[in-house]
Write a protein that binds this ligand. Structure first.
Ligand code: GLC
Length: 599
């Protein structure tokens, strides 16, 4: 049995005032009829494909073993050739790197290891010259404990910055339990003797939570957002944004949450008030895109964040999909292949699509820096099926009615490294939990077996550029081990091989860009109960495409929807035609997009 921790986890001055983010910039007329209903309004951020760059592991230019901004700039032609429109860059701000940049000590400076502000400006200019937009990470639920604000705040109870953080005076006794994701004791309160008080940290001890109830703090955040927008940045991905508002009386966790802290953290009393204020103060003044990390957000409250009438955010990431195919137990998620239920997964996609049927807009992703590798988790990374299943998953990502996010390395089918030794891990989450288990006499073997499958470090290994030493990532010692499979799985080899995942991914991006039906068309699930094949149609203006994806290592069967006959196959991840009369036969992990014609 395996086990793991649960986690989840966008030239020049663009200050010219454009339309608000939640009344989206219109890039044209509505695409037309949507099978009886009006199709969603067009907006550029609905039509883009986003590529996530994890800067620490992307490309090192100076030999210190850590990826950097000059490294990214050196690979901009590669990114451009993928066909993607937007880069989401994980944090590159000054940070002591307790949590790889998610602990920021200066929001207006570049992390030493990543380079300088001049390097940043050159990278952004290089992107814009190529028509690529940049969205940055906005991490404002918490700062680093090394941020000037916190250094001041902890000095004295009457300090000017005291109210920027959440403090609980120790004379009131021990504060009510709050759970921490990364703390060695899972305790979100940390005692600080200087002022005889506890401070709140939902994440690590070095990530104190900012107090959004404080008006001055909120306006500091709006100022720093303007700083980056005025530099020309095209949007923000907002880290754990649903957690910003807190009930500062810190009552015991209400019983209805049944111990589910993230769900409670995502429902603070003034959350939507603050998001509307942020929109009014900043977002609506720029033509930018926003995507919130929707930790704890469910289908029930989704539209509160992104409804067309809300003036809050444009989109967010939901975690229901990536939390599938495992088994939750308390604070933990156990990967469990017996729980691999395709109809249930289809239901999640279908339910989330329907939430945005008349308002709002979705996102889709299968991997990021907080998840294990997509091909290892949802596909099959054994040599026989790795390429086919990676292509199949890209077909899914690029045919949903939602903005697709592709995590760097997935375009070449990078897989989990599966460390077996705790000394190989770099993620504080894995390391701190290991320490806790060790102290409590827990089952360390079982824990390591599970981490091999689900640890965040699986997706954080260096991008495999070539078969050269360290996969061409660095000429120094990489900060985390390179996956030994780089000798065969690397960008240079993928570029040479026209049947590679990389070539398929580019064709798939081109297909999405040439077919408005794949962006805006109505989604309809087919053959729900089919345990191996995920099939659906997308329809717009009388054009209907069918997507079929075999998630299994056996032959799969499905059929055309009634009233339709097969037209052209627009893309197929195999040389074998799937159509045999009215029924469709799919090879293991086969995926295709087919035109349908009315009979
Ligand atoms: C988000 C980030 C994750 C980080 C955490 C704390 O979930 O994606 O990487 O550790 O927030 O900032």
């Amino acid at each position: 049995m395996k086990r793991c921790l649960i986690l989840f986890w966008v030239t020049l001055l663009a200050a010219c005032a454009h339309r608000a983010t939640t009344s989206p910039p219109q890039t044209g007329a509505t695409p037309g009829q949507h099978d009886g209903a009006t199709a969603p309004r067009r907006a550029w951020w609905k039509e883009v494909v986003v590529y996530q760059v994890y800067p620490r592991s992307f490309k090192d230019s100076d030999g210190d073993g850590v990826g950097d901004l000059k490294g990214i700039t050196s690979q901009l032609d590669y990114i451009k050739n993928l066909g993607v429109d937007v880069v989401w860059l994980n944090p590159v701000y000054q940070s002591p790197n307790d949590d790889n940049g998610y602990d920021i000590s200066d929001y207006r400076a570049i992390m030493r290891e990543m380079g300088s502000m001049a390097d940043f400006d050159a990278m952004l200019q290089g992107m814009h010259q190529r028509g690529i937009k940049l969205i940055m990470d906005l991490v404002v639920n918490h700062s680093s404990d090394e941020h000037r604000w916190f250094q001041q705040s902890r000095r004295g109870r009457d300090n000017r910055y005291r109210g920027y953080y959440h403090w609980w005076p120790a004379e009131k006794g021990t504060p009510p339990k709050r759970w921490s994701y990364f703390d060695e004791d899972a305790n979100a309160w940390r005692y600080d003797s200087t002022t005889h008080a506890y401070y709140l940290h939902y994440f690590s001890r070095k990530q104190p939570d900012l107090n959004w109830e404080n008006r001055r703090l909120r306006h500091e955040v709006y100022d720093l957002m303007r700083f980056w927008f005025d530099k020309g940045v095209d949007g923000f991905r907002m880290d754990v944004i649903p957690f910003i508002s807190k009930d500062t009386t810190f009552p015991p966790l209400p019983a209805e949450y049944g111990g589910n802290y993230p769900a409670y953290y995502a429902k603070g009393p003034h959350l939507h008030e603050y998001l509307r204020e942020m929109n009014r103060e900043v977002l609506r003044k720029y033509n930018v895109m926003t995507v919130g990390e929707g930790a704890g957000v469910t289908t029930d409250d989704a539209l509160k964040f992104v409804g067309d009438d809300r003036q809050e955010l444009q989109t967010f990431f939901q975690f229901e999909i990536v939390e599938r195919w495992g088994r939750r137990q308390g604070d933990f998620m156990y990967p469990d292949s017996s729980n691999r239920d395709l109809p249930a997964l289809k239901d999640v996609f279908t339910r989330w699509d329907s939430v945005f049927a008349n308002s709002g807009w979705g996102t889709v992703f299968l991997g990021n820096h907080d998840q294990s590798r997509m091909v290892s988790r949802f596909g099959n990374d054994t040599p026989r099926y790795r390429n086919a299943s990676a292509k199949m998953l890209h077909t899914l990502l690029l045919t949903m009615r939602a903005t697709p996010y592709i995590y760097n390395g997935d375009e070449i089918g990078m897989a989990n490294i599966r460390f077996s030794d705790i000394r190989d891990y770099r993620d504080l989450m894995t390391i701190n939990y290991y320490k806790r288990l060790e102290r409590e006499g827990g089952d360390l073997r079982e824990f390591l077996a599970a981490q091999a499958e689900v640890s965040r470090d699986n997706s954080r290994t260096p991008i495999q550029w070539s078969a050269d030493s360290n996969a061409g990532f660095t000429r120094g010692v990489p900060w985390i081990r390179v996956n030994p499979d780089y000798r065969t799985v690397n960008v240079a080899a993928a570029v040479r091989d026209t049947s590679s995942v990389l070539h398929y991914f580019r064709r798939m991006v081109e297909l999405r860009k040439s077919e408005p039906v794949l962006v805006y068309g109505r989604y309809q699930l087919l053959d729900r109960e089919n345990p191996e094949v995920f099939a659906y149609t997308r329809s717009l203006n009388g054009r209907t495409l069918m997507v079929a994806l075999n998630f299994g290592s056996g032959v799969g069967h499905t059929s055309l929807p009634s009233g339709y006959k097969a037209g052209r196959i627009l893309i197929n991840n195999m040389g074998i035609a799937p159509v045999r009369v009215a029924s469709l036969v799919l090879e293991p992990y086969q995926a295709f997009v087919l035109e349908l014609k009315k009979e």
